[in-house]
Design a protein around this ligand. Structure first.
Ligand code: PLP
Length: 347
């Protein structure tokens, strides 16, 4: 068994899961109408509507940055603002794509513990100013699961949804790891999306086992008006769309999306349990999904890297981030823990 020492760097280091590979293979026959007018795209949209138990509007794009920024831009005018957590991917890791595609909509940063936006912080930002000189708040963006590996409970999403309604704001969810949140909470997807007030969800496929593809799901179909033009202009309308949509059939048809996410989550739980008995390192945030942030002395992190392990320390709120994916193995977890344990003992 090969130990891949780069397997914890991100869940996008993993390859394509067998169910997705198979679905792409099955789509790779004959000719099909381009730009989304094909049977695979129709079927994939049907599967997503079934999963969310509602008649939503769906678009497939190449990556999460495009999904988030185009969805958010569609909710706002250029003079509006979007409220998100200070650690949100749309703020820290998308190179200003939301501001770019919205022609200048400003992102306003809220805070809150463990990567979750606080209601007080949202209210404060909205009520601080209501004059013409302030960028008028129009949307809230939350990440599920969060950049710090935590998960909003259904009542927490609902509270944000209720507040959004009261303040006349739209609610966007960055669901690059939505599957991990559903697996962690053991809820129906509708309970943490449209039933809780989410207007648009960017449902991540890449980190769940696809090569490419993220689904933008408008639960309020009116908000999707002319969104296809936005995708096309941004270079996000795939001509061979069947290869962005067929993977969703592979993931959704027999529950691979949830199996993959649950596997990643349980790997992270195992890693957490094994690390918890090592002195000198500590897990920084409540682990709800597939990410662990480890507080460790910088020398230890350096020596761990010398042994070949790859992990990021610049994401979120500091600490060494270890992410598990559909492909992570118990052997890899044991090898990592053994190395950390050995380094701690010899230091
Ligand atoms: C990975 C990720 C995305 C998408 O990133 P791309 O590299 O653009 O696909 C979006 N949001 C979060 C929280 C992510 O972790």
């Amino acid at each position: 068994m090969t130990i891949h020492k780069n397997c914890f760097a991100s869940d996008n280091y993993a390859g394509i899961c067998p169910e997705v590979w198979q679905a792409m293979e099955e789509a790779n026959h004959g000719f099909a109408t381009s730009y989304g007018d094909d049977p695979w795209t129709e079927k994939a949209c049907g599967k997503i509507r079934e999963l969310f138990e509602t008649d939503c509007e769906i678009f497939f794009v190449f990556n999460g940055t495009a999904a988030n920024s185009l969805a958010l831009a569609s909710l706002c005018h250029s003079y509006n603002s979007i409220i998100c957590h200070e650690s949100a991917h749309v703020e820290t890791d998308e190179c200003g794509a939301t501001e770019f595609f919205s022609n200048g909509t400003k992102i306003l940063l809220a805070d809150g513990e463990n990567g979750k936006i606080s209601l007080d912080s949202i209210e404060h930002i909205v009520n601080k100013r209501t004059d013409i000189h302030y960028p008028k708040p129009k949307a809230i963006s939350i990440t599920q699961s969060t950049e710090l590996g935590t998960v909003y409970r259904p009542d927490e999403v609902r509270a944000i949804g209720d507040l959004a309604k009261r303040l006349d704001l739209k609610l966007h969810m960055d669901g690059a790891r939505f599957a991990n949140a559903v697996a962690a909470l053991n809820v129906a997807p509708k309970e943490i999306t449209w039933q809780a007030g989410v207007d648009v969800l960017c449902f991540g496929g890449t980190k769940n086992g696809m090569a490419i593809s993220e689904a933008i799901i408008f639960f309020d179909r009116k908000l999707a008006a002319e969104f296809d033009y936005r995708c096309k202009q941004a270079g996000q309308l795939a001509s061979k769309m069947r290869f962005l949509s067929a993977p969703w059939i592979g993931l959704l048809e027999n529950g691979a999306w949830l199996k993959n996410a649950a596997h990643a989550n349980s790997c992270a739980a195992l890693l957490e349990a094994k690390l918890s008995i090592i002195p000198g390192v500590s897990v920084m945030f409540p682990r709800d999904a597939n990410a662990i942030f480890l507080q460790m002395p910088p020398e230890l992190a350096e020596r761990l890297r010398d042994l070949g392990w790859k992990f990021y320390t610049f994401i979120g709120a500091g600490g060494a981030r270890f992410l598990c994916s559909w492909k992570t193995s118990e052997e890899e977890i044991e090898a990592l823990v053994a190395d950390i344990s050995r380094l701690v003992k010899s230091s």
